[in-house]
Design a protein. Structure first.
Length: 167
């Protein structure tokens, strides 16, 4: 996964997941509503398919191992992405997502004015935000520079606080 910023929306993997949500959910509703339950299911399905594709032909035992190793890590990234989207919506009253269209992949921004989220989905997002703040967590440890880790941690805490204020 390449990255060029602090947030999930500034990472290659986060943008790929958001692109999947755009293609699978948001286009179908003409960008009217971002449904958190659907978005979480979409990322789960996408992650599982990615693991299956990357490990085609391996034994069932190995596939179980790859799922146990990779799914939690990738799901955390997806949950943080969705949490960022929800926090952006709460802060601005809309969520702006970019769709890349045509042969040249021209960017088209869409303003989503409605998000549906339940307490159960909010709990999932808050749990993931809490977990990554543990200094032993892989994502916490993944920052090479302490200054980048501090920026990331401040961002994570800001997203967490915004979601808590709206729960």
């Amino acid at each position: 996964m390449g990255s060029w910023g602090i947030t999930e929306r500034e990472s290659d993997y986060g943008l790929d997941l958001l692109g999947t949500i755009v293609a699978t959910q948001l286009k179908a509703v003409d960008f009217a509503t971002f449904n958190m339950a659907n978005a979480l299911e979409i990322i789960k399905t996408d992650i599982m398919e990615e693991i299956r594709q990357a490990n085609r032909g391996c034994s069932a035992e190995d596939l179980v191992f790859y799922f146990s190793e990779n799914f939690p890590h990738n799901f955390t990234h997806g949950a943080l992405l969705i949490a960022e989207c929800l926090a952006d919506y709460y802060c601005t009253g809309e969520l702006i997502v970019t769709e890349y269209v045509g042969e040249n992949y021209d960017p088209v921004d869409h303003r989503i004015k409605e998000i549906t989220v339940t307490d159960a989905e909010l709990k999932i997002l808050l749990d993931e935000l809490r977990k990554v703040q543990n200094p032993e967590h892989d994502l916490y440890q993944s920052w090479f520079e302490d200054s980048d880790r501090e920026k990331w941690l401040a961002h994570i805490r800001s997203v967490q606080q915004t979601l808590k204020e709206h729960s």
